[in-house]
Design a protein around this ligand. Structure first.
Ligand code: NAD
Ligand code: TYD
Length: 339
C-alpha cells in the first residue's frame, strides 16, 4: 500500500505519519509538503531514514509536480492534510487560503482521476458547520448539520469539502471526508491556543485571551484523530462524511487556567485582549456515526492529554523555541500589537 500524505510536516500530518509507519511497517508513506511557515522538516527527522518513507517538497497547487509524483509513485491513497490552517491569518489574508485549501484540493483530485486511486481522503474541520450558541448545550454538529461558515479559513475548507463531494458524484472518485474538532498534542504550531499559552507561560509573557474567554472548543488529542482517519481510509464508506470529536467541550479561559496551574504560573499573566472578528462561540461534535459504523472512540482524556502535551513542550523546548525566535516573531508582534 502506497499513501501520499500531504501536509505531513505540519501538526496533525506528522503525527499521522508516525502513527501509520508504526502501525503498518509494510506501507510506503510519501509526505508531500511545500514547507510553509507551519511546516517543519525537523519534525520528520525520526522517520527520514525509514526506507518506507519519502519526503517531497512541492506544493499541492503545483499541477505538474503533483502529476509527476503520481507517475513516480502510483499511490493507492491520498490523505490531504495540506492546508493553511490558522483562522487569524485567514482574517488578515484570505487569498492563500483559497489557493491552497481549494485549488490544491482540486489539483490533488484531478491527479487521482487521471492516474486512478483507491481512496482520496479529505481532512476537514468541524468549523465548516459554523458555531452553536452557548445557551443550547443540547445541540451538536452532526454530518447533516448545514454548512454555515464564519471565517475565510472555514469557508475555504467548506469549499474544498463541496468540491470533494462533487468529484465523487460527478466523476465517481472514491472519496471520504473527516470533520474533526480542535486537536492538541505534540508538534502543534505555537500560534494556536494551547501551544501559544504554554510557550508564553514558560516565558512569563502575557497570556492573550480573546474577548471574555468564554468561547467553547471540543478538544481531541491528536493521536485519537489519527486513529479515526486510519479507520476511515480502511473501513469508511466511500462518499461519506464522518464527524470526529471527543465530547470534551472546554471554555478557552478554563484551558488557560489549567495550563497556568500545571506550569505553576500565576493567573495574573492572563490578559483579556480584543476579540477575534466573527469569533465562533461554540463547537461541539456528535461522533455517533463514526462510533456506530467504525467503532471509534477517543482514548485520551483531556486531563491526561493536556499533561502529556505540556510535558512534550517542556521536553522539546528547542523545537518551539526555534520557531518562535524566527519569522514567527514578526507575526506575533503584528497580530497582538493592537489587541
Ligand atoms: P498545520 O498548519 O500545522 O500544517 C499544515 C501543513 O501543510 C504544513 O506542514 C504546511 O507546510 C503544509 N502546506 C501548507 N500549504 C501547502 C501546500 N500548498 N502544499 C503542500 N503543503 C502545504 O495544520 P494542522 O493543524 O496539522 O492541520 C492539518 C489539517 O487538518 C488541515 O487541513 C486542517 O484544516 C485540518 N484540521 C485541523 C484541526 C486542528 O485542530 N489543528 C482540526 C480539524 C481539522
Ligand atoms: P485556535 O487555536 O486558533 O483554534 P480555532 O480558532 O481554529 O478554534 O483558537 C482556539 C480558541 O482560542 C478560539 O476561540 C480563539 C482563542 N484564542 C485566544 O483566546 N487567544 C489566542 O491567542 C489564540 C491563538 C486563540
Amino acid at each position: 500500500m502506497t499513501i501520499i500524505v500531504t501536509g505531513g510536516a505540519g501538526f496533525i500530518g506528522s503525527n499521522f505519519i508516525f502513527h501509520m509507519l508504526n502501525k503498518y511497517p509494510d506501507y510506503r508513506i510519501i509526505c508531500l509538503d511545500c514547507l510553509t511557515y507551519a511546516g517543519n522538516l525537523s519534525t520528520l527527522e525520526p522517520v527520514m531514514d525509514n526506507p518506507n518513507f519519502r519526503f517531497v517538497k512541492e506544493s499541492i497547487t503545483d499541477r505538474d509536480a503533483v502529476y509527476k509524483l503520481f507517475e513516480e509513485e502510483h499511490p493507492d491513497m491520498v490523505v490531504n492534510f495540506a492546508a493553511e490552517s490558522h483562522v487569524d491569518r485567514s482574517i488578515e489574508n484570505p487569498e492563500v487560503f483559497l489557493d491552497t485549501n481549494i485549488k490544491g484540493t482540486a489539483v490533488l483530485m484531478d491527479a487521482c482521476r487521471k492516474y486512478g486511486i483507491k481512496r482520496y481522503h479529505q481532512v476537514s474541520t468541524d468549523e465548516v458547520y459554523g458555531d452553536l450558541p452557548l445557551d443550547r448545550p443540547d445541540l451538536f454538529f452532526t454530518e447533516e448539520t448545514p454548512i454555515h461558515t464564519s471565517s475565510p479559513y472555514s469557508s475555504s475548507k467548506a469549499g474544498a469539502d463541496l468540491l470533494v463531494l462533487a468529484y465523487h458524484r460527478t466523476y465517481g472518485l472514491p472519496v471520504t471526508i473527516s470533520r474533526c474538532s480542535n486537536n492538541y498534542g505534540p508538534y502543534h504550531f505555537p500560534e494556536k491556543l494551547i501551544p501559544l499559552m504554554i510557550a508564553n507561560a514558560l516565558n512569563d509573557k502575557p497570556l492573550p485571551v480573546y474577548g471574555k474567554g468564554e468561547n467553547v472548543r471540543d478538544w481531541l488529542y491528536v493521536e485519537d484523530h489519527c486513529r479515526a482517519i486510519d479507520l476511515i481510509i480502511h473501513n469508511g464508506r466511500v462518499g461519506e462524511v464522518y464527524n470526529v470529536g471527543g465530547h470534551n467541550e472546554m471554555k478557552n479561559i478554563d484551558i488557560v487556567k489549567i495550563i497556568c496551574k500545571e506550569l505553576g504560573k500565576p493567573e495574573s499573566l492572563i490578559t483579556y485582549v480584543a476579540d477575534r472578528k466573527g469569533h465562533d462561540m461554540r463547537y461541539a461534535i456528535d461522533p455517533t456515526k463514526i462510533h456506530n459504523e467504525l467503532g471509534w472512540l477517543p482514548e485520551t482524556k483531556f486531563a491526561d492529554g493536556i499533561k502529556k502535551t505540556i510535558q512534550w513542550y517542556l521536553d522539546n523546548k528547542e523545537w518551539w523555541e526555534t520557531i518562535i525566535s524566527g519569522e514567527y516573531q514578526d507575526y506575533y508582534e503584528k497580530m497582538y500589537k493592537n489587541r
